[in-house]
Ligand binder design. Structure first.
Ligand code: PHE
Ligand code: ZN
Length: 856
């Protein structure tokens, strides 16, 4: 069943006209903002023949249209305005429109909307059409001049400021850009200012704009911006290209942030930070997202996407760049582990369910539904593989060529791969399958050892299986870079990391002249986004956990030990594995290792991760059994480590002033992990003391979580509320923790109770996510056998959808795993999805998502 609104990549045609210049005048008023647009147009020589002029437009009240000064009598339809071909000159002409819009009643947070008295915009992907009639597609690029009229004191748009006076300001963006990068902000804002001089000597004024109450929480965002600007010069040779760079923090925002040219708009949770209000994870995310949006200035803005099917061209590459940056700023080993954790939790989950789609999809109904973990995170993994295959030098040459060849243009994945082929001589025809085929490849390994007089030969045979996904039953073999190292039984590395290129269904690789049968360390650094399937003994995993020189695989060995154990506990009723219970404490107590790494090693696989593993192995996961096994393992570990935990915690307690750097954050992460274990054996006494002593949000929230996890913490919750009721971002944590850590049979009830509070501002996406998102993240709670988890989430999605379809659709992915579970749960979840799909007036966004989840 195909939706008549489906858009196909294969239907791409160049636009009929070119836009040479856009002049906008925006007179702001809450219910009647006037937008005058003057478009300087001419026929596009690349689109031969005579064409109508089709402009996109939604929810616009048309006041007038003029062509070269002459009034036209035209009536728009639901999706835009057509100027008939016979009215259009075959030479350049000017089209002027005036429309009226109502930002105050725009609850979708797309187009021009209001958030707490301030005006702001969100145009990616297709929001500009809610501001004025325009060819709202990324391959139409034009310079913009913008005049804003309003009594509000701060009036911002893209590019450089040209002139201003009381009640107005004019901006000029000289760099041709697609409409999705347009932005406008007006409000009663104050700036945290700094400046940056580019390496060629150009001075740039930097500002982070916030409401007055937030001004003392901008320093970290500014610092991250300056480090990003320097890094992109040093690492990619990319300089900034305007006189100003503005960042604005907005409380109501559907996503994380947006890279509008010269005027990035951010969800305030990704800007505002102080030690008392932000956790170390918040700091790390702020640093990463500030960098991400800044890096888009070249990978996204100067070089943009030809059409939305090419979204990964800018997103995959920019995520890869921000990951490199965070690794350089912090620790590459820790960053890689964290990125793989996210990839597996979100992208592998997506790739193995009904919403699986290629990194470059070939069709969509609503493009907003394709800002996914696959496009972003798997898109970034593909860049990492390319770099591994062509080497650092090849990558650098290819990127130089990319910037050279495509600057100022709207490019495709074909263009991107071509620069690698031209710069390195490598044929990427087969590699391209990573872009067109969905699904996570499974790689199995078998080994052979032949001793010989000249040393033995060790043979690794790698086999790949590419499982079917919706609409793609059969797939070809991928090019899979598998980084391998070999260790001697005494722990020495005998073969350093070598990249094997698996290009066929099955292939053997030989290592000769070895003194003894080696222990292999496979897929080092997680060199490809695949599932590695290899039956390994607990002893061998413990050996790698102790000796592997590759930090990722060292962590992975501990992770696999834990996963194997948990799966055996759930599926076979096994007990806690002695190998795991021996090996892990040794690593955790090894003071020569980075505390951040030890904290990650302590983290048990999430319940959803265990469910995913069981399902992939053909077992129906039981959410309650998974939760029980995970808690039993944590308690066993806590008992084992108990004598050491107080000393570990004391040794990690810093008395000096707070710093947000990676070293201090790593110490707090390990301390918090230790505290959460200790709570399982001391009844929460240490966590209560830590809560009382905490002088930063990481430790405050960490101690509170430790208490909630053992069913305590009521007094601390009340104190937290009293202290933070005036800070919405901090209160989001308070809401989320209670739902995330509620017992399975309580989770839906806790959620409903919280949604009845007056401060449950459900139209604010952050608050909605904090509560409803936390319920879908509480694995055993959401999948509670009574169905109240499913029902509660579905009720709220249906309530949100008419106001904010984009966020409702995103959050519906809670249901993407419904087919994993038993018949009873399946029936309950399916009934909720059907109820959603049958709702009258359901948005295109949510109906596409529910339809795909029911079909797949
Ligand atoms: N382009 C933004 C980013 O990845 C994400 C975004 C998409 C924001 C759509 C808003 C709307 O940086
Ligand atoms: Zn992005």
């Amino acid at each position: 069943m195909t939706d008549p609104r489906t858009v196909y990549l294969s239907d791409y045609r160049p636009y009929s006209h070119l836009v040479d210049q856009v002049d906008l005048t925006v007179r702001l008023a809450p219910r009647a903002t006037r937008v005058d647009a003057r478009l300087h147009l001419r026929p596009n020589p690349a689109a031969r023949g005579r064409h109508v002029l089709r402009l996109d437009g939604e929810d616009l009240r048309l006041v007038s249209v003029r062509l070269d000064g002459t009034l036209l009598d035209l009536t728009p339809d639901d999706t835009g305005l057509t100027v008939p071909a016979d009215l259009l000159p075959e030479a350049p002409f000017v089209l002027e429109t005036t429309v009226e819009i109502s930002p105050e009643t725009n609850t979708a947070l797309e187009g021009l909307y209001m958030s707490k008295g301030m005006y702001c915009t969100q145009c990616e992907a297709e929001g500009f059409r809610k501001i004025t009639f325009y060819p709202d597609r990324p391959d139409v690029m034009a310079p913009f001049k913008v005049r804003i009229e309003s009594d509000l004191p701060v009036l911002l748009s893209n590019g450089n400021p040209v002139a201003s006076g009381p009640g107005w300001a004019e901006w000029h963006d000289p760099w041709p850009k697609p409409a999705y990068l347009f932005a406008l902000v007006a409000g009663d804002l104050v700036a945290h200012r700094d400046s940056f001089t580019t390496r060629s000597g150009h001075a740039v004024d930097l500002a982070v704009w916030v409401r007055a109450a937030d001004i003392d929480r901008c320093a970290y965002a500014m610092d991250s911006l300056i480090r990003s600007m320097k890094w992109d010069e040093q690492t990619y040779g990319r300089e900034y290209d305007l006189d100003v760079f503005n960042i604005v923090a907005v409380d109501d925002f559907n996503m994380g942030a947006m890279e509008n040219k010269g005027l990035n708009i951010f969800n305030s949770k990704l800007v505002l930070a102080s030690p008392e209000t932000a956790t170390d994870d918040d700091y790390a995310r702020i640093e990463a997202v500030i960098a991400h949006e800044y890096f888009h200035n070249w990978t996204g803005n100067r070089i943009t996407c030809r059409d939305w099917f090419q979204l990964c061209l800018k997103e995959g590459l920019t995520v890869f760049r921000d990951q490199q940056f965070s690794g350089d700023m912090r620790s590459h080993a820790v960053k890689r582990i964290e990125d793989v954790l996210t990839l597996r939790a979100r992208q592998f989950r997506e790739d193995q369910g009904p919403l699986a789609h290629p990194v470059r999809p070939e069709s969509f109904v609503e493009i907003n539904n394709f800002y996914t973990a696959t496009v972003y995170e798997k898109g970034a993994e593909i860049i990492g593989m390319l770099k591994r295959l062509v080497g650092d030098d090849g990558y650098a040459r290819a990127l130089d060529l990319y910037f050279d060849r495509h600057d100022g243009h709207a490019a495709t994945i074909e263009d991107w791969l071509k620069v690698f082929e031209d710069a390195t001589g490598r044929d990427l025809t087969q590699f391209k399958r990573w872009y067109s085929e969905a699904g996570t490849p499974r790689v199995t390994v078998s080994e052979a050892w032949n001793p010989g007089p000249q040393g033995g030969t060790y043979t690794l045979t790698l086999t790949q299986v590419n499982p079917p996904t919706p609409g793609q039953p059969d797939k070809g073999a991928k090019v899979i870079p598998v980084a391998v190292g070999l260790l001697n039984p005494n722990g020495d590395e005998v073969v350093p990391t070598t990249v094997l290129e698996l290009t066929k269904g099955s292939q053997s690789f030989r290592f000769e002249g070895l003194a003894a049968r080696p222990i292999p360390s496979i897929l080092r650094g997680f060199s490809a986004p695949v599932v590695l399937e290899r039956a390994v003994s607990a002893q061998e995993r413990a050996f790698l956990l102790a000796h592997d020189t590759d930090p990722f695989n060292r962590w992975e060995a501990g992770r696999s030990l834990a996963r194997d154990m948990l799966v055996a506990m759930v599926a076979k009723g096994a007990g806690v594995s002695p190998a795991w219970a021996e090996a892990l404490p040794q690593l955790v107590l090894d003071d020569s290792l980075d505390p951040a790494f030890r904290a990650l090693a302590l983290r048990l696989p999430a319940e959803d991760d265990i469910a995913q593993t069981l399902h992939a192995a053909g077992t129906v996961p039981d959410p309650d059994a998974i939760r029980a096994a995970r808690r039993a393992a944590a308690t066993a570990l806590a008992q084992r480590l108990a004598p050491h935990l107080p000393g570990l915690i004391a040794g990690l307690t810093d008395s000096g002033p707070f710093t947000a750097d990676a070293r201090a954050a790593g110490r707090r992460a390990l301390k918090t992990a230790a505290l959460q274990l200790l709570a399982r054996v001391d009844g929460g006494a240490a966590a209560e003391a830590a809560y009382a002593a905490a002088n930063n949000m990481t430790e405050e929230v960490g101690a509170l979580a430790a208490l909630l996890d053992i069913g305590k913490g009521a007094a601390e919750l009340a104190r937290f509320e009293t202290r933070w009721s005036g800070n919405a971002l901090v209160m989001d944590k308070w809401f989320a923790l209670q739902v995330a850590l509620a017992a399975p049979d309580q989770a839906a009830a806790v959620t409903r109770r919280l949604t009845e509070r007056p401060d449950f501002d459900w139209k604010n996406p952050n608050r909605f996510r904090a509560v409803i998102g936390a319920l879908s993240g509480n694995h055993a709670g959401f999948h509670h056998a009574g169905g109240d988890g499913y029902r509660t989430v579905a009720d709220w999605l249906l309530k949100l959808d008419p106001l904010n379809p984009q966020t409702a659709a995103r959050m519906s992915t809670a249901f993407e795993t419904w087919r994993r579970y038993d018949a009873g749960r399946q029936a309950l979840a399916q009934a909720e999805l059907r109820r959603i799909l049958a709702a009258p007036g359901l948005s295109r966004d949510l109906s596409e998502m529910a339809g795909r989840m029911l079909a797949g």
